[in-house]
Design a protein around this ligand. Structure first.
Ligand SMILES: [Ca+2]
Ligand SMILES: [Ca+2]
Ligand SMILES: [Ca+2]
Ligand SMILES: [Ca+2]
Length: 321
């Protein structure tokens, strides 16, 4: 019965052009980029900040593989809510939701304290700007405009931050309260921020900056051949077909903002569920639609590398092991 439903689902999905596993992964990566972009750029800015240094030191990569597996095993027991020895899709999805929420709360807290040590009601834009981009004050215009240097990159980040700030500032007083600040830091989690996520994604892929995504840009986002005569792998051909067949719905050869939105942020898209499905699909070696601890440990790279689930970070937490 379940198999029939699933097969029906898979068939319908394929027909409707709903993302397959690879596509889902790509969407998740893009959504994570929107979030990670902020962290990277903060890391750079706060390079010498002891706090982030400490945070980095906790990075999961630094654990020996055996220790990571041991910790992953402990986490698997927690995910298996009814302790029947199997992790189901629902258990995995619930756990992903729980860790995502925890991660975001902690991340927002940390940045809130960083930009607002006296814990005022709001953070004014000017305070945030000075903290993050203050080092650009006094740089001359020419330096900021020249195409290749770091200052130019930062001035673009500043523009992007400014625009995102406006979107997050619901009461339009140019200062963000904690809720607004959470939307600013993690737009991918907030339906009200969907348009800005779509716009930033489009801009990232749109290398020639004409405001739309061509087929070449869409492919270039995920595939760069090592040499000119390299034969294109099948999955790239499939990506081309996805673009022409499903993404470019009005068949003008480009993805515009509406088409990018339908792709990356369809109204029914559930981040946690998509990631859970992806993980089950990849790790379920006997295809009974649930995962044993062994199946998870066998694919341990997949689980600890999973950005959306934040497994890596969960494993690196000190308080739980
Ligand atoms: Ca279970
Ligand atoms: Ca506000
Ligand atoms: Ca373009
Ligand atoms: Ca189009």
């Amino acid at each position: 019965m379940i198999t029939t439903v699933l097969i029906a689902l898979v068939v319908t999905t394929a027909l409707a052009g709903v993302p397959n596993q690879e596509e889902t992964k790509r969407i998740i990566d893009h959504l994570s980029d929107v979030e990670h972009f902020k962290n990277e750029h903060h890391n750079k800015q706060y390079d010498h900040d002891a706090f982030l240094g400490e945070d980095q030191a906790k990075a999961f990569d630094q654990l020996p593989p055996e220790e990571s597996k041991r910790r992953l095993g402990i986490i698997v027991d927690k995910i298996d809510g009814d302790s029947d020895g199997y992790v189901t899709l629902v258990e995995l999805k619930d756990w992903i939701r729980y860790t995502q929420k925890r991660y975001i709360d902690e991340d927002v807290d940390r940045h809130w304290r960083q930009h607002n040590p006296s814990n005022d009601e709001t953070i004014p834009w000017e305070t945030y700007r000075k903290n993050v981009y203050g080092f650009m004050d006094g740089m001359d215009e020419k330096e900021l405009q020249s195409d290749s240097n770091e200052a130019y990159t930062y001035s673009n980040l500043l523009k992007r931050d400014r625009r995102r700030w406006h979107h997050a500032d619901a009461d339009e007083n140019d200062a963000l309260n904690r809720t607004e600040f959470a939307a600013f830091l993690h737009p991918e989690e907030n339906p009200l921020m969907r348009d800005i996520v779509v716009l930033e994604t489009l801009e990232d892929i749109d290398t020639d900056k004409d405001g739309k995504v061509s087929l070449e840009e869409y492919i270039g986002d995920v595939y760069k051949p090592d040499s000119d005569d390299e034969e294109e792998p099948d999955w790239v051909k499939q990506e081309r077909e996805q673009f022409t067949g499903y993404r470019d719905t009005n068949k003008d050869g480009y993805m515009d903002e509406h088409e990018v939105k339908a792709w990356i942020a369809p109204p029914e898209f559930d981040h946690a569920e998509a990631e859970a499905r992806h993980l089950v699909f990849e790790a379920d070696s006997d295809a009974d639609e649930k995962l044993t601890k062994q199946e998870i440990l066998d694919k341990y790279d997949l689980f600890v590398g999973s950005q959306a689930t934040d497994f890596g970070q969960a494993l690196a937490r000190h308080d739980e092991f």
